[in-house]
Ligand binder design. Structure first.
Ligand SMILES: NC(=O)C1=CN([C@@H]2O[C@H](COP(=O)(O)OP(=O)(O)OC[C@H]3O[C@@H](n4cnc5c(N)ncnc54)[C@H](OP(=O)(O)O)[C@@H]3O)[C@@H](O)[C@H]2O)C=CC1
Ligand SMILES: Cc1cn([C@H]2C[C@H](O)[C@@H](COP(=O)(O)OP(=O)(O)O[C@H]3O[C@@H](C)C(=O)[C@@H](O)[C@H]3O)O2)c(=O)[nH]c1=O
Length: 303
């Protein structure tokens, strides 16, 4: 009897990649859940509507599916939205995590895998390891830290926390943009963009992130894992590479500093991960940013 894996936020950038990957492995009974209808619309998995903030809906779905493993991808992932409404951010990003864990445990859950972020770090150090001191610079990061802490108290079932960084990719009917899509869209329209040149990230191909998550489930491991790309780049360097890859003019890319580029919700200056632990324990090996551009800008969801 195959184990049942349930994915929350399955319509999202990671969610669609993860649903596709786990389904293709033919190892699990895959339950994809999300708000509204299925946007991936492929075969091999079961899609159920589940708003993670609706406890009755969560109970109904988890009682009927009895997942052994939950990948909790759903969240308010827009930093500015969390800044604007702290109560809603806590309801979506923290309270719902507690509910999923509790109801999951009542229905046979063995392994809870939670998606967290580099934004739990303040950005002073850069290239963070799993046991580095957290100090979120914005409320989105604070909600993720709060969920991490409630999960790390759990002793009865296995808990894995996957922190990732600046995820990029192209999926169907996306609910938000990512750095690769908005740079491509703006430059393709000939529009100028101001891009920070003093923030540092390890941008992550969504397919690599999905692979890292699948390795955690397959190996049944627990603990905190940093799973990201391997190139340490500024958003400005990212934009230049995308422009050059697409043969678009770089004259429309204007470098700015984080102090002059005011964003709603402070971003940490230097983040990014080394992936050392994920390599040692999971044999996680991400592709290069250049290969990520080849996959995404050529439409990786069709490859
Ligand atoms: N993208 C990134 O750079 C990073 C992401 N992460 C984390 O990884 C996870 C996945 O990120 P990503 O795929 O990029 O995010 P997306 O925003 O693409 O996907 C999040 C999904 O969660 C869904 N969702 C939101 N609220 C609810 C709810 N109440 N009930 C059910 N579903 C809900 C959204 O639904 P709908 O489609 O209807 O809006 C969306 O499909 C998130 O937890 C995010 O915080 C961490 C670090 C970096
Ligand atoms: C929109 C924009 C962004 N930027 C920079 C700021 C930032 O460092 C980088 C990405 O900005 P965005 O607003 O696209 O993404 P941002 O909200 O910074 O991305 C975050 O998403 C959440 C979910 C996470 O968990 C983080 O890991 C991170 O990926 O690009 C510019 O320089 N110019 C721009 O016009």
């Amino acid at each position: 009897m195959s184990k049942t894996i349930l994915i929350t936020g399955a319509n999202g950038l990671l969610g669609q990649h993860l649903t596709q990957l786990l389904t293709s492995q033919n190892t699990y009974n895959v339950i994809a859940t999300g708000r509204g209808g299925d946007r991936l619309k492929e075969e091999g998995y079961k899609y159920l509507t589940m708003d993670i903030t609706d406890e009755k809906m969560v109970r109904d779905v988890l009682q009927n599916t009895q997942p052994s493993i939950i990948f909790h991808c759903a969240a308010i992932s827009k930093v500015e939205n969390c800044e604007d409404d702290h109560d809603e951010a806590v309801r979506q990003n923290v309270t719902a995590t507690q509910t999923l864990l509790q109801v999951g445990k009542e229905n046979g859950l063995e392994h809870f895998i939670y998606l967290s972020t580099d934004f739990v770090f303040d950005g002073e150090k850069g290239l963070y390891e799993e046991d580095d001191q957290r100090n979120p610079p914005n409320f989105y990061g604070q909600t993720k830290l709060m969920s991490e802490d409630l999960l790390l108290k759990e002793k009865e079932i296995k808990i894995a926390i996957v922190r990732t960084c600046l995820v990029y990719g192209q999926v169907k009917d996306m609910s938000r943009t990512n750095i690769m899509t908005w740079v491509k869209d703006k430059l393709s329209k000939g529009e100028a963009i101001k891009v920070v040149n003093d923030q540092y990230r390890t941008p992550t191909y969504a397919g690599d992130l999905a692979n890292g998550c699948a390795l955690i489930a397959a190996q049944g491991v627990e603990g905190i894992f940093h799973i990201s790309g391997k190139d340490y780049l500024t958003p400005y360097a990212i934009a230049l590479q995308v422009a050059e890859y697409l043969n678009l003019s770089v004259s429309n890319i204007l470098p700015v500093t984080a102090s002059t580029f005011v964003e709603h919700g402070r971003r940490p200056l230097k983040t990014g991960f080394t992936n050392n632990k994920a390599y040692d324990i999971l044999n996680y090996q991400p592709i290069s940013f250049y290969d990520g551009m080849r996959k995404v800008l050529g439409g990786d969801m069709n490859r």
